[in-house]
Design a protein around this ligand. Structure first.
Ligand code: PA5
Length: 461
């Protein structure tokens, strides 16, 4: 079977397709190559120096082995797997599940080779039963996120009340840092089983670590193929030739359009299975690239705004704006060449022969033609469009996609001259939540926040 790949098609951002006013001329592409090529060498060097440990995750066979052993141990005694985590501790897990397991995974026993999966990445009171058949995986890199801590505390009490301390212990698995954070202290004291997030891996770059691999493997996803896909993409995104390096080109094109006033980046998958990868990308892009300061400490307030849209659904809600509103967006479509399952459209009723043009055709053909039609409409309006083309959606290609966009983010960070690996603004929000909830040591911050949060009756209409 030919190798199934993920490729970036960038012809439809070029000036000969959408004109000089909005497209990239060959000279501009050459300038981008000149600017980005040294960054390829720099990123490769930083990686060799251990400065971007997420790059090495696909090669860490110890992690995969540890995950597989735990999965084996739990097989047969876990009907439901519940994840508590947020942001980078949840979005990758959701994306893998939607991409690689059947739509009916949770509802149909015959379509499932592992437990049902529920990812609680928000806080809402939930009803839980069959606790002895439910494993709770509490995921937090910092170990301090209030929402995750609250969920853990609710469930711990529930388990203690229903199962007692001995069995409660068996139902909880923590995923956190090796040494830091309160979740680590809890895991050590309570004796919960624990998966360790390697050092230097931020939440949004952690899906190929224990954070994403455990739930994936539990639910029957082939994590070996996922990691193989990432490794094969690593070869391509390390390539020193700009024109053959999809991450370098992708980042350079995004950077170019940002500087030409197209500050919104829309990712639009034409596959239901890929829809949550766009959510994962949204966090990766926003948290990594939205920064107040550049590496020299200058105030820059930079960062493209990532937007998620789903084809064909959002053709019927967003495309009017995308075509006729401001030309301030770069579009990235996700398209699938071959679908695993297809459905033929039925015949047209005798009294509606006009629908005969659809009859007997594959639904996937309609989906892909809808994508082409939308792209055509956007190109007619001189809107730049990229396509990420999946030969097929499987663990191998999804691994490629994840790695491609992680490294694209590193390149974009280097082009914008900012640090893509921190998230100081998220941290401030977390601290403010601690202060508002009365955590010791945050009293001053609580006072500072108070006037900003009070509802002023004069303004309440
Ligand atoms: O990417 C990030 O670092 C963040 O989005 C975190 O993943 C998110 O805030 C959750 O943090 P933690 O895993 O520390 O609970």
């Amino acid at each position: 079977m030919p190798k199934q790949e993920v490729k970036l098609h960038y012809k439809n951002v070029m000036a000969d397709v959408i004109g000089n006013e909005h497209g990239i001329t060959p000279e501009q592409l050459k300038d981008l190559a000149d600017k980005t090529s040294p960054l390829i060498l720099r990123l490769n060097k930083e990686r060799q120096d251990g400065k971007t440990p997420y790059r090495d995750l696909p090669y860490n066979s110890q992690i995969a082995q540890q995950v597989k052993e735990l999965v084996k141990e739990l097989t047969g005694r876990c009907e439901n797997l519940v994840l508590f985590g947020i942001g980078g501790s949840a979005l990758g897990n959701i994306a893998l599940q939607t991409a690689l397991n059947p739509y009916m995974h949770n509802l149909d026993d015959t379509q499932r080779s592992g437990p049902r999966l529920f990812v609680f990445d928000n806080i809402a009171p939930e009803q839980l039963d069959k606790l002895d058949k439910t494993i709770f995986n509490v995921i937090s890199k910092s170990g301090w996120t209030a929402e995750t801590a609250a969920q853990f505390m609710i469930v711990r009490q529930l388990l203690l009340d229903k199962l007692g301390p001995g069995d409660c212990k068996k139902q909880i698995i923590t995923t956190t840092d090796a040494n830091q954070g309160i979740l680590r202290r809890i895991a050590n004291n309570a004796g919960f089983r624990s998966l360790v997030i390697p050092e230097g891996i931020g939440g949004r770059f952690s899906v190929l670590s224990v954070v994403g691999l455990f739930s994936a493997a539990m639910c029957g996803i082939d994590i070996d193929s996922l990691l193989q896909g990432a490794r094969d993409m690593d070869t391509r995104v390390s390539c020193e030739d700009f024109y053959r390096n999809p991450a370098a080109i992708n980042a350079a094109i995004n950077y170019h359009f940002y500087n030409r006033g197209k500050k919104i980046s829309v990712m639009m998958p034409y596959s239901y299975h890929l829809k949550d990868l766009a959510d994962w990308y949204r966090q990766l892009w926003a948290e990594s690239l939205g920064k107040a300061e550049d590496l020299a400490g200058n105030e820059v307030h930079i960062g493209p705004t990532p937007v998620k849209a789903l084809g064909t659904t959002d053709q019927h809600s967003q495309v009017q704006l995308y075509r006729e509103g401001p030309n301030d967006k770069l579009f990235t479509f996700l398209q699938v060449r071959n679908f695993d399952k297809d459905i033929k459209i039925g015949p047209a009723p005798d009294y509606a022969p006009e629908l005969g043009f659809l009859a007997g055709k594959d639904l996937s053909k309609l989906l892909n033609n809808e994508k082409k039609a939308t792209e055509y409409a956007l190109l007619e309006s001189k809107r730049p469009c990229l396509t990420v083309l999946f030969d097929r959606v499987n663990a191998y290609t999804v691994g490629q996609f994840i790695y491609l966009f992680e490294v694209t983010t590193s390149f974009a960070g280097a082009l914008f001259n900012i640090n893509p690996y921190d998230q100081p603004a998220v941290e401030l929000g977390k601290e403010a939540a601690f202060a508002l909830m009365g955590r010791q040591g945050y009293e001053e911050l609580a006072q500072e926040i108070k006037p900003l949060n009070a509802f002023d009756e004069d303004y309440l209409v």
